[in-house]
Design a binder for this molecule. Structure first.
Ligand code: HEM
Length: 438
């Protein structure tokens, strides 16, 4: 493999860190620049070794859908995700993945979603209460608190604020550790992530016997009782790892998506007014799934926000077989491959003036997202497609209902949101937003 990759287009990169610091600094721009220099398929070095970026037009959807089983996710993520979330769904392929995913999907079926919708208003009101009276609100930490509370209550059955704070402190470095330089040295992100994992898994493992004995309505209890047709159940460790991963998967992604939406609404007042008009007469306590999914204007605005800066800009796989790209290039079996969802969502071939915020591209007359099957992938595609897509939509629409009914949002005219695009999108500041009472 080494010899073949040596002939690959792309940079050799620095030993150990490779392009890590460049990518951390430049985000998606790094990959776009490399694409201009080397073409759609090129190599670059990461701390875990040499990687091939497979950034072609159709390649993202082909690799994500994985017809023909040409790639796996387990080997691709085991060095990064493995130590932090062993047993998690992001490490699984094939039959094992299918089995565990089908049990986890219980948490996102219609009935479960309907139950969440009934529980969300209390958490949303509590979170909004805390910011009343503040003229400027840092929305990113606000939304992180909200999603932690939601996941804590609905998945784990936890409402103790002191514990939720500790979860936050532990889980933040865990997310960063998955894409850091994997050196277990005190002070390094990776070390903090492992420490966070040790703490959380110890705390949650302690709760398993009680959940098995006296199950509640939360998902933790459901997983403790879950079994497949053969009567197999999850081990205690698997239950905790699955839940911790769900927590992680929900947390940063939804917080970013909502923050960037608030930023766009603050910059584009006409769209803020349109979204408010759609949400203004709703009563949170009376909402049901059908009504929420039918909020079309809000969906167009949310989609456009995710198109411009998706929470998960890229993901990784490993080649199961030699993948022939063209006459000259074959990606050898065993190569780690990076796939970008973000690049297709900014490609002028699919999107008119992609750099402009314009939700009408999602309306029924234009439907730019339907013109090409691989252009719009904020939630991925194929077997590992996001399990929480509808849940995220529910959280965003309900929280925005509460905010927009009460506040006008704005940022100073000269404010430009500083974004860190790698490993996942997040604002470099807290996104200070002016909340003016209506
Ligand atoms: C706006 C919010 C969200 C975005 C943009 C998002 C995006 C994604 C993407 C792109 C993937 C696929 C990764 C890959 O193929 O490697 C994914 C997977 C996943 N997401 Fe989300 N996500 C969001 C919210 C959530 C929420 C709220 C949950 C759970 C409560 C969740 C749970 C998961 C899980 C469990 C997976 C792994 C599925 C599997 O491997 O089978 N996500 N997400």
């Amino acid at each position: 493999m080494k010899t073949i990759l040596e002939n690959f287009p792309g940079r050799k990169g620095l030993p150990i860190v490779g392009e890590f610091l460049n990518i951390a600094k430049q985000g998606i721009r790094f990959f776009e620049n490399e694409k201009e220099k080397y073409g759609e398929v090129y190599k670059f070095r990461m701390p875990t070794g040499m990687v091939v970026g497979f950034f072609g037009e159709k390649s993202a959807i082909e690799l994500l859908k994985n017809d023909g089983n040409i790639v796996n996710i387990g080997n691709a993520t085991k060095d990064l995700v493995g130590p932090i979330y062993p047993n998690s769904i992001m490490l699984m392929d094939g039959a094992q993945h299918k089995k565990d995913r089908s049990i986890l999907m219980e948490a996102f079926k219609k009935q479960a979603l309907q139950e969440y919708i009934q529980k969300l208003p209390t958490i949303i009101h509590k979170t909004i209460n805390e910011i009343r009276g503040n003229k400027v609100v840092e929305v990113y930490p606000l939304f992180k608190t909200l999603t932690l509370r939601i996941a804590g209550k609905l998945f784990f059955g936890i409402e103790d604020e002191a514990f939720i704070k500790k979860i936050n402190e532990a889980i933040t470095p865990m997310g960063k550790a998955m894409v850091s330089i994997p050196l277990n040295i005190p002070g390094m992100v990776y070390h903090k992530g492992l420490k966070g994992r040790k703490y959380l898994s110890k705390e949650f493992l302690k709760l398993v016997p009680e959940k098995r004995k006296n199950p509640g309505a939360d998902f933790f209890s459901k997983l403790c009782l879950a079994s497949n047709e053969e009567g197999e159940t999850f081990t205690d460790e698997a239950i905790v790892d699955h839940l911790l991963f769900l927590y992680q998967a929900a947390y940063d992604t939804t917080s970013w998506a909502m923050s960037y939406l608030v930023y766009n609404l603050s910059k584009h007042k006409e769209w803020q007014d349109k979204m408010r008009a759609e949400l203004n007469d709703l009563v949170l306590e009376e909402l049901d799934l059908k009504t929420i999914l039918g909020l079309e204007v809000s969906m167009m605005i949310f989609n456009e926000s995710m198109r411009m800066a998706p929470s998960v800009p890229l993901t990784i796989r490993e080649a199961n077989v030699d993948i022939k790209v063209d006459e000259k290039i074959t990606i050898p079996k065993g190569t780690k491959i990076w796939v970008s969802m973000a690049m297709g969502m900014r490609n002028p071939k699919h999107w008119k003036n992609p750099e402009i915020f314009d939700p009408t591209r999602f309306d029924i007359e234009r439907e730019e997202h339907k013109k090409c099957p691989h252009a719009f992938l904020p939630f991925g595609a194929g077997p590992h497609q996001c399990m929480g897509r509808v849940f995220a939509e529910i959280i965003v629409k309900m929280m925005m209902t509460s905010i927009l009914q009460e506040f006008k949002l704005s940022v100073p005219n000269d404010y430009v949101l500083p974004i860190s695009e790698f490993p996942i999108m997040r604002p470099k500041d807290g996104l200070p937003t002016i909340f003016e009472k209506i």
